[in-house]
Design a protein around this ligand. Structure first.
Ligand code: ATP
Length: 353
């Protein structure tokens, strides 16, 4: 459906704003370089204020970078106004025309481009089918649910056949259940339309479910770029490990090839990037550890809670709190508060920072 899938390249992009209180300039985005492959679904993820919306708005042309250059395909686009760029944006607020019906909302951009009536009709009907609004074209947009309004917003962007589709937290106004079903829909539609998508969210599960690549931002800079699996299993630092899912951090010292001393106990861990004697941190996901009568690290149970599919434990390993989600508890020994036990995990279960 899209004319041409386009990649996006940011080369040393910075955006400087003035803090309204202190009147001091600060970098909302600092020296960011990244490449987004044509046809991929990429998410900009990070906490509030990390610069993800500013990055998206610079790609759309609503903000201009103070430093660096943005490329759409092979074209440098800094100097182009938003309507001259081969992008379309889906907003959190939908931004639909309230006194128009669905058809006219979706047709609006095509009419501005002065396409003939028949072509407009064919394109609009094709897109409404794709987003699951076939047969509803006569409905006024103020008579629609939030999920339906978001589908209209998506159709209105897609009908322009942009090279790149931009999403600014499009599901934030929907309830939790609808958010989950809509994100599956967005992924299906993106794949069927065969379009490049850049999606801003602060919701890590949304990013995991949707993305080919996740770009994690922290204080205006890129903290890591990778597939959902890469950023989850091989986070580049503690910020990423903590932001994506839950993580336990165990402080240790590398004592030899693939061994780390944690509180006097030798733990197997992949240490190829660290040297002997170096301080390090082990990242252990709660679901990667179990509790047993034997294991790697001795602990004391301070919370034991049955959650149905898993037993939720909080244990102290020395002074460090470790959270464990022990799945399928029916078949296992259950430890109670005050019990002494061992945290068990394999070399593959820990990631060394
Ligand atoms: P959120 O999830 O809350 O939308 P974000 O990661 O999208 O956050 P941005 O909207 O990109 O963050 O903002 C980055 C920083 O720039 C924030 O500190 C924000 O307050 C600031 N900022 C954004 N727009 C402006 C502006 N027009 N003038 C001054 N500061 C701004």
């Amino acid at each position: 459906m899209a004319k041409e899938k386009k990649g996006v390249r940011l080369e040393h992009i910075s955006k400087i704003y003035q803090d309204p209180k202190t009147k001091k300039d600060f970098y909302a985005v600092k020296d960011t370089s990244l490449t987004i492959e044509p046809g991929s679904f990429v998410t900009l993820l990070g906490p509030s204020g990390c610069g993800k919306t500013t990055t998206l708005r610079m790609i759309a042309g609503f903000e201009s970078p103070d430093e660096g250059e943005i490329y759409l395909g092979n074209e440098a686009i800094n100097a182009l106004t938003p309507n001259k760029r081969d992008t379309a944006m889906v907003f959190q607020s939908y931004a639909l025309l309230p006194h128009y019906n669905i058809f006219d909302n979706v047709a609006y951009g095509l009419k501005l481009r002065k396409l003939d009536k028949e072509t407009i009709k064919t394109k609009v009907m094709d897109i409404l089918k794709l987003v699951g609004l076939e047969g509803m074209e006569g409905r006024m947009t103020n008579q629609l649910s939030g999920g339906q309004q978001q589908r209209v917003a998506l159709a209105r962007a897609l009908v322009l056949e942009p090279g790149v589709l931009l999403f600014d937290e499009p599901l934030s106004n929907l309830d939790a259940k609808l958010r989950v079903s809509m994100r599956t829909e967005i992924r299906r539609i993106q794949q069927e339309a065969g379009i490049t998508a850049i999606y801003v969210t602060h919701d890590q599960s949304e990013a995991m479910a949707l993305s080919d690549q996740i770009i994690i931002m922290d204080k205006g800079v890129v903290a890591q770029i990778g597939t959902p699996q890469e950023v989850y299993y091989h986070p580049s630092n503690e910020f990423v490990a903590d932001f994506i899912g839950e993580a336990n951090f165990l402080r240790g010292k590398v004592t030899g090839q693939d061994t780390v001393d944690v509180g006097g106990h030798q733990v197997a861990a992949e240490t190829s990037r660290q040297g002997a004697g170096q301080d390090c941190t082990l990242v252990l996901r709660p679901e990667s550890a179990t509790l047993g009568d034997a294991g790697q690290l001795p602990c004391r149970v301070i919370l034991s809670c049955f959650m149905g599919s898993y037993q939720n434990y909080h244990v102290m390993v020395g002074d460090t709190l470790v959270k464990i989600t022990d799945f399928n508890p029916k078949s296992k020994k259950i430890y109670k508060v005050g019990d002494e036990a061992w945290v068990a995990f394999t070399k593959e279960d820990v990631h060394v920072l």
